[in-house]
Write a protein that binds this ligand. Structure first.
Ligand code: ANZ
Ligand code: ZN
Length: 829
């Protein structure tokens, strides 16, 4: 084995090396982002952001993975000469911390800040190039003061408002949830089934930005993961159709939103959401008791259940009729739960011939079906949702018959508009963001309710509205915020009239905190404003954002919304916060997600003690493409340890002086070094970090071979190669790299050594000789690159003057190419 022939078969102690360099780095602060050098143009900026964690415990393998991957990019940018902003903080408010604290019988603040201290220490040990001078926690009053300020600014713009409506309610957490936090009818946090409650809550008017949030995705599509783009598109859910109004005797006309105005001739009944106020207004006196009983049932079901197509249809007749505006027919109006109160107008025209849910309802209630699209031949289903010629769609002034769906839609919209009974319309599935929570551990909503003045904003100079400590209070969820019971805190004088008033006792959803933290990092200690607009524009938008795909909709959509509002407030010049994004896979164990109950958890701390920080980091980066899951059971951290030792040994074997000119050195090794550096840069930019590591391993092997059986350890090309290894490893295994750098005779830190200049001349590959034959006779010899393609070699052969002469205008029948060595041309004899 080559390793045994090494002049120095020693190994190093990872723990000792970590101990040695941590204080040196603390003193050097190599990763402090300097505003000035960016402002004065000395360096170009890069903003590398990783999703800040919830401090619900110490760091785990998942954090280790995302930090290791993230750090490759951040450290690479530093080496390439950029000034890099790479901050870290904690998303420290919220249900996670609060529920954990309740379980542990601790105050959320005690629990949270202890975890923050522990996680910060782990991050430092893990050697991530974070700029700790910029850290903050969203539960710090210095931070949430500005979260509250932003809330008030949004409110001033009409983008934060309060309304009463049926909301998602988690019976376990005893709090409301945003639509985004309900996954398949269950609470995103605790997994319990979500129900509905009629409550007055605070909302952000994100719907006002629906179109813009959708349009922005086109710009992001090339640099964001496809699945994130798709989830956001679906969530925003834009559709095109029409609003149609149906006259109802004794009432206002009933308006519906439909994506299929072409099917209006087949609308044989109407359905109003049972829980919409409208249903209660329309219902006749005779039908009211039946309706009330039905409504009580509906309130228990979740949206998901209500919309599912395979659920038996239920509903009640409301005792009124509407008039179909194209047919003049009198059609019955029902209330049912498959129509949602807060979508479109909360009422639909039902077309059983073309819509399966309407079909199912029609069958249960024995209602007529009129097909308005001719089903394809052989169709034997029920509702036909495909394209086809319109049928049964003619009245005195309009005929759609024979038209395809798209054409018929346009014709119908034109007719509706001409008659004044409808209008083309766009609709979004996106709802306003419900932001108030009935829980303790969050930023209090800075509003005071006064019996005479109504809702009053807390004056800006009184921010933050600090959370009262409530030591010893029972914080278990009860449906009302624990703050409501804190009378000393709740009862205040109205800022407007001075009369007795009460504070709003709800707190804000944690997603409000995380919607702007990336801006705060640009001026984290500014106590005069949320962020300094000039500095936010200097560093923003983030050039890369790394984090879990579980945030594909919620956090990323909210942060985009905030950015757009802040831009419209004149506080930002950009409208998209994250220019590029990378979602890492999960670290699993033995084929399954790690969990306590399965007993397959892997403790980060134990792995770090057993193998050292660098080997764990290297293993995580080398495991595969960053988007893929990593099964820790299949990994070999001890293999990583061996590789790092091999790399480190190179640095002890080099015998040339530091600064030795590699120009006259061994060309073969120099070519490997320069090719590796050149390719590594491209691989990192393409997020193929694992391949970059593989190439570094090859460079280590080539260097070892040169030392043991090639040019020998004194050749300056060996030093050049070993230094390149140290710089490449500085992105992945910073301790080993620093140790190598020192043994190679340099001052710390290798992290800021700079990317070596790649010599283009050394990238030129050696050429090989290709023989060109015409009818079996050698007519030319070409010097070509070994990697030449068949097409290029054929073209070069046919262009050679000797070959042209030999062909002499004859027809070429066949060209056989065996790149890079041979071309055989067969011509008409
Ligand atoms: C008549 C029709 C005929 C419809 C047909 C569809 C097919 P998207 O694409 O999701 O926007 N709809 C409207 N409001 C609704 C509500 N509050 N609850 C449940 N369903 C509602 O869907 C729009 C379509 O969903 C609308 O077009 C309406 O049914 C239904 F062959 O109108 B359609
Ligand atoms: Zn007042």
């Amino acid at each position: 084995m080559t390793e045994d022939q090494s002049t120095e078969a020693a190994t190093y102690d990872a723990a000792a090396v970590q101990e040695k360099w941590q204080p040196v780095w603390e003193a050097l602060q190599p990763f402090r982002a300097d505003d000035d050098v960016v402002r004065d143009g000395t360096r170009e900026k890069r903003y590398a952001l990783t999703m800040f964690p919830y401090p619900s415990g110490d760091l785990h393998m998942g954090h280790a993975e995302v930090f290791a991957l993230h750090d490759v990019i951040a450290r690479y940018w530093w080496q390439r000469g950029y000034e890099v902003l790479n901050p870290m903080g904690f998303d420290s408010f919220g249900l996670n911390a609060e529920n954990a604290a309740i379980r542990d019988n601790a105050h959320p603040a005690t629990f949270t800040y202890a975890n923050i201290a522990m996680s910060t220490e782990s991050c430092r040990k893990f050697g991530v190039s974070f700029d700790w001078s910029r850290t903050f926690n969203t539960s710090d009053p210095e931070y949430y003061r500005w979260t509250q300020w932003l809330f008030l600014k949004f409110r001033e713009r009409g983008l934060a408002y309060r309304k009463k409506s049926p909301v998602n309610w988690c019976p376990f957490d005893q709090t409301v949830l945003a639509n985004e936090q309900v996954i398949d009818g269950h609470c995103e946090r605790c997994g319990n089934e979500v129900t509905k409650r009629e409550l007055t809550q605070w909302y952000f008017k994100i719907t006002e930005y629906a179109q813009e949030l959708l349009d922005g995705l086109d710009e992001l599509a090339p640099t964001w993961p496809e699945r994130v783009i798709n989830s956001q598109r679906n969530w925003i859910g834009r559709s095109e159709g029409a609003h149609v109004s149906f006259p109802v005797e004794g009432h206002e006309p009933l308006a519906v939103y439909t994506t299929r105005p072409d099917t209006l001739f087949g609308a044989t009944f109407m359905v109003v959401a049972a829980d919409a106020a409208l249903a209660g207004e329309l219902v006749s006196d005779e039908q009211r008791p039946v309706y009330d009983a039905y409504l009580a049932e509906v309130r228990k079901a979740s949206d998901i259940e209500r919309l599912s197509t395979d659920r038996p249809k239920t509903g009640v007749f409301l005792g009124v009729h509407a008039t179909n505006p194209v047919t003049g027919a009198s059609i019955p109006v029902y209330a049912a739960d498959y129509v949602l109160a807060d979508y479109g107008t909360g009422a639909i025209m039902a077309v059983p011939g073309q819509d399966q849910r309407d079909w199912d309802f029609a069958k249960v209630f024995d209602l007529p079906v009129i097909r308005t699209v001719q089903p394809s031949p052989g169709f034997d289903g029920e509702a036909f949702t495909g394209d086809g010629p319109a049928v049964n769609s003619t009245n005195d002034s309009l005929s759609l018959d024979g038209m395809g769906v798209a054409e018929a839609k346009r014709a119908m919209i034109d007719w509706l508009e001409a008659q004044g009974v409808g209008k083309g319309a766009v609709n979004f599935r996106l709802r306003d963001w419900l932001l108030s929570r009935q829980r303790y551990w969050g930023a209090p909503i800075p509003i005071i309710h006064c019996p005479s003045c109504g809702e009053v904003a807390v004056p800006e100079d009184q921010l933050p509205v600090e959370l009262p400590e409530l030591r010893g209070a029972d914080l278990t969820p009860k449906g009302v915020s624990p703050l409501a019971a804190a009378t000393d805190w709740v009862n205040v004088d109205c800022p407007t009239c001075g009369g007795p008033a009460t504070r709003d006792s709800d707190t804000m959803d944690t997603f409000v905190d995380s919607s702007w933290y990336f801006l705060r990092y640009c001026s984290p200690h500014d106590d005069t404003q949320a962020f300094d607009p000039a500095l936010a524009d200097l560093w923003g938008p983030c050039d890369i954002y790394i984090g879990g795909v579980e945030h594909a909709v919620l956090h990323l959509l909210y942060a985009r919304f905030f950015t757009k509002v802040l831009r419209d407030m004149g506080l930002l010049e950009f409208g998209e916060p994250f220019s590029a994004q990378l979602n890492q896979g999960m670290v699993i164990n033995q084929g399954a997600k790690m969990s306590k109950s399965k007993g397959n958890g892997v403790r980060l701390g134990e792995q770090l003690s057993a193998y050292g920080v660098d080997a764990v980091r290297l293993t995580l980066v080398f495991a595969g493409p960053p988007e893929d899951d990593i099964d820790w059971a299949d990994m070999s951290p001890s293999g990583s340890v061996r590789f790092l030792q091999r790399a480190w040994r190179l640095s002890g074997d080099v015998t040339s002086e530091a600064g030795a000119d590699p120009a006259g050195g061994d060309v073969a090794l120099r070519k490997v070094t320069h090719r590796t550096l050149h390719d590594a840069a491209q691989l990192i930019e393409g997020h193929r970090f694992n391949v970059m590591v593989a190439r570094t391993m090859e460079l280590v092997n080539a260097t070892r071979k040169a030392i043991d059986s090639g040019c020998g350890p004194a050749d300056p090309a060996v030093r050049e190669a070993a230094e390149a290894v140290a710089i490449l490893l500085s992105l992945v295994a910073p301790y080993t790299a620093e140790e190598m750098w020192e043994r190679l005779g340099h001052e710390p830190t290798v992290a800021r050594a700079g990317w070596p200049v790649v010599d283009e001349a050394l990238l030129v590959e050696d050429s090989v000789t290709a023989v060109v034959q015409v009818l079996g006779k050698v007519r030319a010899r070409l010097e070509v690159p070994p990697t030449i393609s068949a097409a290029d070699l054929e073209a070069a052969a046919l262009a050679d003057p000797g070959v042209v002469r030999a062909i002499d205008g004859a027809a070429v029948r066949r060209v056989i190419v065996r790149e890079p060595h041979l071309v055989n041309i067969v011509i008409e004899a």
